[in-house]
Write a protein that binds this ligand. Structure first.
Ligand SMILES: Cc1ncc(COP(=O)(O)O)c(C=O)c1O
Length: 431
């Protein structure tokens, strides 16, 4: 009897299959939502970007990435060793929908330390970074055609996520106190009058990406009142909130409502490392349970969850965050200080009270694209502000750039400012 598993290869069928697939345009197989998307640029993926056009050593003010030299490698390694040395298989098997419960408890006691509802593990869904949290929320709450209102400008990566769910993204402007609420209310009224369903408001109340702004307490109170009155869910993204320079920022929207009507997004990416890919949704337990059915990825890595838990309970997480606050305060001051002489002719800036970014509103008709391109010729990379608008057009005057001071060593930021000053000068003088 011939062995069917080891029969001689008849390649005719394989060749025919290969040829048939070669004729098949791959785009036809992807979903309508995917066909409408791009693969995302460096800014959307949080990458530094590079400037291959220069002979100078590159300096990246591109991605919102923590300082390279201060990541707690030894402590993470020690935590990982302890996890793997522990008898038992738990770190190496699936961990369930919400993620490792003791880590959720630790996140609650550190990140929600001021929350009146005293959240515990059941308030959390651990995700693949804050991006995964936003994706989980969008997957759970949005139907195609639903409207998401975002601040403009905003984090470009979240815009991709919303579009990927076939939501319509509508931008509302900001002033120095945060989201403009009169514009928000009239936008909701207009959309509802058109018969459209406004489902979510996406906001970064604290150390906003890209503007670095922080919403005032009064604006937060007015926002929760408006969202409750209009019955629109709030999704607040707190990726940078722990990184304050002086005083702690105002309470989160969730702290103000005791979690009602608010889905809060957090992450270890900015306080430890973006490569960890561990973040969370924090919401009232019934909302978390409502989201679990939309989870299809078999959960996140139990190994990493346990490592982070070990690091939080036995390492120096608190001290690490305190060190990071000092470091980024110094970097923000260094870059803003070195740029100060050029502000008068070339830009306005609101110095941030925390986070990773300086947002320069350019003056005298300078465009973000021109300044970015001239800087690239000197080996300095950063995104033009138009990356952060929903349609690269709505509300965008093309006259801004975002500078992330987080990644390069503080000592290189003065050099970055010098290169930027040359770019301003060349943009102002047409080359
Ligand atoms: C405002 C904001 N939200 C979310 C993210 C995504 O972060 P994570 O690495 O946790 O997915 C970023 C990354 O740059 C961000 O700036």
């Amino acid at each position: 009897m011939p062995d069917p598993l080891n029969a001689p290869l008849d390649s005719t069928a394989a060749t025919a299959a290969r040829e048939a697939w070669e004729r098949f345009p791959s785009m036809l197989g992807t979903s309508i939502a995917t066909r409408g998307m791009s693969a995302g640029n460096a800014t959307e993926w949080g990458l530094g970007g590079s400037s291959p056009r220069s002979a100078l050593p590159p300096i990246s003010l591109g991605g919102g990435i923590p300082d390279a030299e201060t990541q707690p490698r030894h402590e993470l390694l020690a935590a990982m060793s302890r996890v793997l040395e522990h008898p038992g298989d738990a770190p190496l098997v699936y961990g369930g929908a919400q993620g490792f419960e003791p880590l959720r408890d630790e996140i609650a006691s550190y990140f929600a330390r001021n929350h009146p509802g005293r959240p515990s593990a059941d308030w959390y869904l651990l995700t693949n970074g804050a991006a995964g949290a936003i994706e989980s929320i969008c997957a759970s709450f949005l139907d195609p055609g639903d409207v998401v209102i975002t601040e403009i400008p905003t984090f470009a990566g979240s815009l991709r996520t919303m579009r990927g769910k076939q939501a319509d993204v509508v931008g509302v402007g900001m002033d120095e106190e945060g989201l403009k609420l009169d514009e928000l209310e009239s936008t909701i009224d207009r959309l509802e009058a058109e018969g459209r369903r406004v489902k979510l408001i996406y906001t970064q109340p604290t150390f906003h990406n890209p503007t670095g702004l922080t919403m005032t307490l009064q604006r937060r109170l007015d926002l929760i009142e408006l969202a409750a009155r209009k019955q629109v869910l709030l999704m607040e993204d707190h990726a940078y909130s722990e990184l304050y320079f002086d005083g702690a920022p105002p309470p989160t929207l969730s702290e103000l409502t005791d979690g009602y009507g608010v889905l809060t997004v957090g992450t270890f990416s900015k306080v430890i490392a973006t490569g960890l890919r561990v973040g969370w949704v924090q919401a009232r337990p019934d909302w978390i349970q409502a989201m679990v059915p939309a989870r299809f990825d078999m959960g996140n890595s139990p190994l990493l969850h346990r490592m982070l838990h070990e690091y939080m309970v036995r390492g120096n997480f608190r001290e690490h965050v305190e060190e990071m606050r000092k470091l980024y305060a110094l970097k923000a001051k260094t870059l803003a200080g070195a740029l100060e002489p050029y502000g008068e002719p070339y830009f306005d800036v609101v110095e941030p009270a925390g986070g990773f970014f300086l947002w320069l509103k350019l003056r005298n008709g300078l465009t973000g694209d021109a300044v970015r391109d001239f800087a690239a010729e000197d080996g300095l990379s950063f995104p033009s502000g138009n990356r952060f608008y929903p349609g690269n057009d709505v509300g965008d005057d093309g006259e801004s750039v975002r500078l992330a001071y987080s990644w390069p060593p503080a000592a290189r930021l003065e050099e970055a400012a010098e290169r930027l000053s040359r770019a301003f000068h060349r943009a102002a003088n047409g080359g």
